[in-house]
Design a binder for this molecule. Sequence first.
Ligand code: FEO
Length: 402
Amino acid sequence: MSTTELAKGIYWVGAVDWDVRDFHGYSTYRGTTYNAFLIVDEKITLFDTVKRSHMDEMLRNIRAVVDPAKIDYLVINHVEMDHSGSLPELMDIVKPEKIFCSPMGQKAIIEHFHREDWPFEVVKTGSEISLGKRTIQFLETRMLHWPDSMFSYVKEDGILFSSDAFGQHYATSERFDDQVDMSEVMHESAKYYANILYLYAPLIRKLLAAVASMNLDIKMIAPDHGVIWRTHQSKILAAYDKWSRNESDGKVLVIYDSMWHSTETMAHAIGVGLREAGVSTSMINLKVHHRSDVMTQVLGAKAVILGSSTLNNGLLPRMAGFLMYMRGLKPTNKFGAAFGSYGWSGEAVGLMNTALEDMKIELIEEGLRLKYVPDDKKLEECIEMGRRIGKRVSESSMEKAA
Ligand code: FEO
């Protein structure tokens, strides 16, 4: 049996997806888990389900504890299909007395599965239900990650079922944070935040404040993906605090794609200038870096310097795709600039400038364009651009420290 007991009578009954490598455009090199939790009390209660493809694994785990037909209540903290995909078939097996969900959750479940006849019981922030010996308190967490999302807190055991928040796409046979490599978990947590929650930073700040004001005695944070935080809760809470403040580590990213190496040559010359100015720099060639890994680096960066050749009066497709992806995630508190080579029309730099301005990233250079292949004079202009940007980033870090 692969079920794990979090506390007496509280079980992990989810599934591990070792193979998933793409989550609607986000690369999941380490797979993921779909966590579901079972509380055996006077009312036997299942919190969330799993992706449809992994329902049999969840049922096997539930059966190791109880007959699924004996489950009384379902709590749906989040309706996205990786957590509710098994719901229709599970409903036929379980026939629960009640389904607890948020007001938006009820709407979303009906809009997904078209079953208004299911026994919904809507709960809101502050609502409580008794399972017998245990009390569940609910907290709506709209837009973290969907309008329907909510947390469920087991008061007597201090366990917070946090839905998508604090999760990681991290497949492992272990269930707890202190059983795995913490550097891997923190990297996957940052990647998850940068690619899923980045745009909701203001809401995360409000949520962290709301949780703090409730004075919950949180002994475990159990997200719907990855490991359960039972030892390093303060570490992940501090990380969310830092990320949602949009704090930067002062690094500059040079993110580029190139047709015939001219833009690439410019990128590396700009990198020389940045390093001469003493700033930490990452060279990111979009030909070899996945957009979701780039976003993980954008999370902590102070400046994003974008490079693309002009193709058909536009951008190279990898840069166009990356900008579309980054725009939706709304990074803030950054400087930006653009560069690129061209043959005759040369629109790419203007298009990247517009994209940066649309994202409210502060443009600190007009942009540098050159025709065909850079000569030594043009390369010196690139190095000088890197020096100027590096100086500006260093001054900004010093202003912040003062
Ligand atoms: Fe893991 Fe928003 O679903």
